[in-house]
Design a protein. Structure first.
Length: 218
């Protein structure tokens, strides 16, 4: 009973002690937040320059990138892109086409490749084709030399550069629909890349082109 009475009598002192600890924690948080903001702002320009270097490799030689860091702790980050000379740098969501946005995101991943050892690119090559698709595929392949990279793609130029190609099939049954993943062997890859090229794996010209793409990737 005496202990309970003492605890009740020291209640106000305890409240004051906790309030003081909270104030110290808030002050420490503010200091650390400012340091984090300074570090993020200092890193913005070098990161933008590194992304521009990668974009030149990804067939965007004239692109200009700005990374704007705002907010008390630098937690509001905006990437701005001027894809061609003479254009203002605008948020990538407003100015970039599908292909440009894909390449900016890939360039970022290439620059910060020291991150997770497994990386997933879901249709990062959307909106591009031809030699640009080939260039993007080569960049993905380069990244795959230092990390495990999974790429979801519909482009034969990119698929041909993979170390392993997996096809996702949809199996429809009377009472259910399932998805099945299949790892392709060399012969199956020729057929699948042919289908990606022309829509018809039976096309002799598509088959020749597929064999050429796969041979170039070796």
């Amino acid at each position: 009973m005496t202990d309970r009475i003492s605890a009740l009598e020291s209640h106000e002192h305890r409240v004051a002690e906790l309030a003081e600890r909270r104030a110290r924690a808030v002050d420490r948080l503010r200091v650390e937040s400012n340091l984090l903001a300074e570090a993020r702002r200092a890193a913005a320009a070098p990161l933008a320059e590194s992304v521009e270097v990668e974009l030149e490799r990804l067939a965007m030689p004239s692109a200009s990138v700005e990374i704007v860091v705002e907010g008390e702790s630098g937690d509001e980050v905006e990437i701005r892109l001027a894809p061609n000379p003479g254009l203002p740098a605008l948020p990538i969501g407003k100015t970039a086409s599908g292909g440009e946005l894909s390449r900016v995101m890939l360039a970022l991943r290439l620059v910060i490749s020291g991150g997770p050892p497994v990386k997933v690119f879901d249709e990062v090559d959307a909106g591009i084709g031809g030699e640009t698709a080939r260039t993007v595929g080569e960049a993905l392949a380069d990244l795959g030399r230092t990390a495990q990279v999974f790429v979801v793609t519909h482009l034969p130029q990119v698929a041909a550069l993979a170390d392993h190609q997996i096809v996702i099939d949809k199996l429809t049954e009377p009472d259910s629909t399932k998805s099945q993943a299949r790892v392709l062997d060399d012969g199956q890859r020729v057929i699948e890349v042919s289908r990606m090229l022309s829509g018809s794996p039976a096309s002799s010209s598509a088959r020749e082109h597929a064999e050429e793409l796969l041979a170039r990737a070796e």
